[in-house]
Design a protein around this ligand. Sequence first.
Ligand code: NAD
Ligand code: IPM
Ligand code: MN
Length: 362
Amino acid sequence: DGTPVVLLLGGDGIGPEVVEAAAACMQAAARRLGRAIRLEEAPIGGAALEMGLPPLPEPTLRMALDADAVLLGAVGGPRWDGLPGPQRPEAGLLELRRQLGVFANVRPVRMFAGLETTSPLRPEVVAGTDLVVVRELLGGLYYGPRGRRQGPGGPVVFDTLEYDQAQIDRAARFALEMARRRRRSLTLVDKANVLESSRMWRERVQALAPAYPDVAVSFQYVDSCAMRLVREPRAFDVLLCENMFGDILSDEAAVLAGSIGMLPSASLGGRVGLYEPVHGSAPDIAGRGVANPIGAILAGAMLLEWSLGWRDAAACIEAAVARVLADGWRTGDLVPAGGPAPGVSVVGTQALTDRILAAIEQ
Ligand code: NAD
Ligand code: IPM
Ligand code: MN
């Protein structure tokens, strides 16, 4: 009947808690605009393993490929850390990304007004942060040949960082397009002083850049970028990274937004988009009802915009989040070491979500 289908994959730890919050916000925003979404659910990761299924069960994959978009919580946890690589919960997520063909992982990092003092960095450093990490998601160390063998002097292990030109080009074009729609500045993050793969990334970005004369392209080594990110975050607009550099720098950048619990992501490039908060399953706080749902809720907003084309519904959720934060509502991860500031109320996942829902419905 034309109603878009969104597949919810709660996964492990706090994953189901934050996905439930995000689903409620997507439904509320759709309803507010006189539309509807059909939500489906399926197991992935450790949750699937506990049912005697593989980390990406065949029916889950089929539902994802048939959906209009997928929202995922997180996978993994100490319970499954002893399993061999291909049987781990994380292998299910990597296989899902590969099957969906989502090569471009977009991770916006912005400082919401009112959260400047929640970061351990100085408020004048983090104020006004508004950058996007574009992380290549289907290549590099995550998908290259790997192994372990017996050498003459003991065991030998290897992971391989491999990219072909087409993989680099599609990610680079995606990031250049993104820069064009933002502040027209792109920084390629690499280690071109050491790695051959990085040298090819530089060559390809240099080859493609002339087609985007409006975009200022620069290059920075990943080690120095890690430092500059926390020294002068406003210097960055779009950061283009190979897979693992992007994984690491985006968690570092989370400090600029106040907490890892704030960051959403969209994985694009295939027919079906995959949306996730940047954080993991947070086993240390799972089941306690204290997880920050905002990363997942903003991922839901990205889903509405990028997969359903509902920019208005996405804006409605974003405005509700901004409003609730400005009014002083926070989860515990947003409380600085010295305790909450006056006028700030620390609440759990459900209470914060209820505030956001009320703001959406207003
Ligand atoms: P993590 O992101 O789960 O947790 C790091 C720290 O941040 C913890 O102290 C946690 O309590 C806190 N935190 C994370 N999200 C939060 C939220 N929404 N609200 C409040 N606090 C939050 O990273 P980790 O501990 O390194 O990994 C735990 C597990 O999650 C591992 O099994 C890992 O493989 C998995 N993981 C999965 C994903 C994913 O599914 N996309 C991403 C990262 C890690
Ligand atoms: C992320 C996570 C995943 C990754 C893990 C769980 C496989 O850290 O989404 O950032 O490294 O991509
Ligand atoms: Mn990560």
